[in-house]
Design a protein around this ligand. Structure first.
Ligand code: AHR
Length: 492
């Protein structure tokens, strides 16, 4: 038996819509053959695939991080603006690919408009720095009588793009990063860059790089040292985390998500410690701007980058996601809702073709991976106020992550729509768990729907020919939660 009680008074926080953000990097076929493919039959007048745009719009993604990722650490944004026939082709060292620069910020801005999303722009703090970040900001956001604003206008974009969210580089703690830095070096550069950028446009928010994952050797000290330098100038610190089931142990995979609690609590604690030490009245929150499962083709990718480099839009990071990956992503989304008091932005990495919910066949259709669905449900029904549910459930042991609860759940109340949504995962593989759900303080609801993903085959995948994993729906509150299931119970 699982008893879930939800009391309207147990408010965690108003959820920032940007919790359901995503990410497009110049990597593999994310941009070329992904969002942009002028020769495809569904391409629009700007070369964007309309079939992809339709699926992106279905997800209601509020913000998309761009253009990287590791790619940004040696990105020369000027290569990607102005007349297309004059654009420089450049070697991308992060993914050992040839970047044609057919798509740059102007094209991506057009695409974002069509997709109904905002841009979260990253600047190169690997091989470049403050002056180039300022030039890019001026090109994007200013309407002044100055060189870079005029350059944008001369390229045909009369109105500024008005990009509000800026990442100060990417994963600068990682020694794989081109231009990798120590925390002190990076903290100072991020601080001075954010400070100068805000002098140019005081409407922007800035994200400093936190650790690339929780197991980085410098995790914790990196955050503290960066924040000691940059606290006054930035608004968010980033977290990144990818999940994997390399040993085929599904229950342990489901349990591994609990590490997000430690990750988020630790980073929030360090932010508050630096805030206290500085006597600041500003709270720095978390931008969890890369998260997903990622493991299915990492060895093949390493091999391809080593043996066959410098191709244009190679097949890289094209994980074909399983049913269990979708359940894990559902669990991650539940964690983000429960930590929405500190996690204000989160980006599913990534959006199209590269570790993505949306895939494209070059000469065929765009299709939905298994992981499309939990993200869709969270984005549609997870907006409003997060309520902390009380979840009374048994626990079960796992091989590497100790004893974890059978059920993990979150709840979101949308007052405007008078809609309460309960998200719940049964993370056992064999128990049909009877559910007792009690609500307090919400008034009357007239309808209840139960949307679910269930399968006895944890390794079921989708393809362009067959979307085997797709949600089912029933009326009413479910009597039991099936083993390894993702459940969305909507009261309206
Ligand atoms: O999303 C793929 C890569 O993962 C990104 O480029 C990098 O930031 C992270 O290591």
């Amino acid at each position: 038996m699982a008893k879930i009680s939800i009391d309207i008074n147990n408010v965690i926080s108003k959820i920032d819509d940007r919790l359901y953000g995503s990410f497009i990097e110049h990597l593999g076929r994310a941009v070329y053959e992904g969002i942009y493919q002028p020769e495809h039959e569904s391409a629009d007048e700007d070369g964007f695939r309309k079939d992809v745009l339709e699926l992106v719009k279905e997800l209601h993604v509020p913000v998309v991080r761009y253009p990287g990722g590791n790619f940004v650490s040696n990105y020369f944004w000027e290569d990607g603006v102005g007349p297309k026939d004059k654009r420089r082709r450049r070697l991308d060292l992060a993914w050992r690919t040839l970047e044609t620069n057919e798509v740059g910020i102007s094209e991506f801005y057009k695409w974002a408009k069509k997709a109904g999303t905002d841009i979260m722009m990253a600047v190169n703090l690997g091989t470049r720095g403050l002056p180039d970040a300022l030039n890019l900001l001026e090109y994007c956001n200013l309407d002044t009588d100055s060189y870079y604003a005029a350059l944008r206008r001369s390229h045909g974009d009369k109105e500024p793009y008005g990009i509000k969210l800026w990442c100060m580089g990417n994963e600068m703690d990682g020694d794989w990063q081109v231009g990798h830095k120590t925390a002190k070096e990076y903290g100072r550069l991020a601080a001075q860059t954010a400070k100068a950028m805000k002098l140019m446009d005081d409407s922007i928010e800035c994200v400093a790089c936190g650790s690339a994952h929780i197991n980085m050797p410098t995790f914790g000290t990196w955050e503290r040292e960066v924040l000691e330098e940059a606290y006054d100038y930035i608004d968010y610190i980033s977290c990144h985390q990818y999940f994997s089931n390399k040993t085929g142990d599904t229950e342990d995979f489901f349990a591994s998500i609990d590490s997000l609690d430690d990750f988020i609590n630790t980073v929030a604690g360090i932010c508050d410690e630096v805030k206290a030490a500085k006597g600041s009245d500003k709270t720095v929150n978390i931008s969890f701007d890369e998260w997903n499962c990622w493991y299915h083709v990492t060895e093949e990718d390493d091999e391809r980058m080593k043996k066959d480099p410098w191709g244009v839009a190679p097949h890289l990071l094209e994980d074909n996601y399983t049913f269990e990956d979708a359940v894990v992503n559902g669990l991650a989304l539940i964690k983000f809702m429960k930590h929405s008091d500190r996690v204000k932005i989160a980006c599913l990495a990534q959006l199209v073709n590269v570790i993505a919910p949306i895939m494209t066949d070059k000469d065929g259709k765009a299709w939905r991976q298994t992981i499309f669905y939990p993200f869709l449900h969270a984005s549609l029904y997870g907006r409003g106020t997060a309520i902390m549910p009380s979840v009374d459930t048994e626990k079960h042991p796992t091989s590497k992550h100790g004893s974890v609860t059978d059920i993990e759940a979150s709840a979101v109340y949308n007052e405007d729509k008078h809609r309460l949504t309960v998200f719940a995962v049964n993370r056992t593989l064999d128990k049909h768990i009877p559910l007792e759900l009690s609500l307090k303080g919400f008034g009357e609801f007239k309808n209840v729907r139960h949307i679910f993903l269930e399968s006895s085959d944890m390794l079921l995948t989708n393809s362009g020919a067959d979307e085997k994993v797709s949600p089912g729906e029933r009326d009413g509150i479910p009597e039991t939660l099936s083993p390894a299931s993702w459940n969305v119970i909507i009261f309206t």
